[in-house]
Design a protein around this ligand. Structure first.
Ligand code: SF4
Ligand code: SF4
Length: 347
């Protein structure tokens, strides 16, 4: 028997949702959504399940990941129930359900917890830098190893177990036994959606948002590769240096466009910003900007006397890698891609 949580919509508000109880089930939102189909009839179904407090059904659902937040449904809703924002809030809530550490839910619900974690990490970096006598070589060396360890550690200990939990909730618990070969046959879906986010095109006629996201994904992933595997801050190769400059500048420019849109609230998608949305764009922007400046200081032979800029970069990097990537909005990129794959598997 399905379990009902009468306080669910109240709890969901802490993840960003608006007054979904205002919904009178007219169905306009589903009718207008270009990504909804007969098998996945959202957002109305998600609104209904939320209003009824059917937490278990929501936990088992992949539908919140199928929405790319164009906002059409919210514009059309006659009751201002903001179904688009509800889908976004459900994605945040699901992220918290998948996370075995419980930190994701805590950080989504409490800004104080996020700020405290950020301050603790910044203090840790400053303490470490002073213990190293602010020696530039040692700090650059440690920063490089930190990136490698953080990527491996976060993936193995946080993201991988969370993806397994997501699979158990959305595929394993809901479907008949699925042959293993089906997982292999459909595996490509994961990468196609991860790198191209092609589903966005279904609700982005101008392709502007899709293009910005594509540039951001490629710049981010290639900068990661350039700094971690090609040692951007330590190399003398002109082509690698130039590549890093282009990638970090691209990240900075695209994220600034996102920040401006959020400030102006010019589109439906940027109208409602949860603190996690701000943190994602601001930290990514700072990451691009500080990486660019650090490499510039190295090239101008100025880093030795201005090691503070690298320490600032390291603080942002540590906060990004240990808070935003494993527990914040970054995970949406990962879970969405896996949701597309799981959907194909379960079809
Ligand atoms: S359009 Fe608004 S009122 Fe109608 S079903 Fe969707 S959320 Fe409910
Ligand atoms: S925001 Fe767009 S994609 Fe998401 S449910 Fe609403 S209409 Fe569909």
């Amino acid at each position: 028997m399905a379990r009902i949580n009468p306080g669910f919509t109240k709890a969901l508000k802490r993840f960003g949702a608006f007054d979904v109880n205002a919904c009178y089930n007219c169905g306009n939102c589903t009718a207008v959504c270009s990504l909804s189909d007969e098998n996945n009839s959202f957002p109305r179904k998600m609104v209904r399940l939320s209003v009824l407090g059917l937490e278990g059904e929501l936990k088992n659902s992949l539908e919140p990941w199928l929405c790319y937040y164009c906002g059409e449904c919210s514009t059309t809703c006659p009751r201002q129930a903001e179904p688009g924002e509800l889908m976004m809030s459900l994605r945040r809530w699901l992220t918290a359900q998948y996370d075995w550490t419980g930190l994701s839910g805590l950080f989504y619900r409490s800004l104080t917890a996020v700020i405290t974690a950020f301050i603790l990490l910044a203090t840790g970096v400053l303490w470490f830098a002073s213990a190293q006598n602010f020696n530039p070589d040692r700090l650059l060396h440690t920063g490089h190893y930190f990136e490698m360890l953080a990527i491996a550690g976060v993936f193995v200990f946080i993201l991988l177990p969370n993806i397994i939990r997501m699979w158990m909730l959305t595929v394993y618990s809901r479907h008949e036994k699925i042959p293993v070969k089906k997982y292999f046959k459909t595996f490509g879906e994961l990468f196609v959606h991860m790198f191209t986010q092609k589903r966005t095109l279904g609700c982005d006629k101008s392709k502007t948002r899709w293009t910005e996201h594509l540039i951001l994904v490629f710049s981010y992933l290639s900068l990661l590769f350039t700094t971690v595997f090609l040692d951007w801050f330590g190399t003398n190769s002109k082509s690698i240096i130039a590549l890093g400059y282009i990638e970090s500048a691209a990240i900075f420019i695209v994220t600034i466009l996102f920040i401006v849109a959020r400030m102006k609230k010019s589109t439906e998608v940027s109208k409602h910003s949860h603190p996690s949305d701000w943190m994602f764009v601001v930290w990514l922007s700072l990451l691009g900007a500080t990486a660019f400046v650090v490499r510039l200081f190295i090239d101008l032979d100025m880093l030795e006397n201005n090691i503070w800029i690298y320490i600032v970069h390291l603080i942002i990097l540590v906060q990004w890698a240990l808070i935003i990537v494993p527990f914040g909005k970054w995970t949406h990129f990962l879970y969405r891609s896996f949701a597309m794959w799981f959907l194909k598997v379960a079809e």
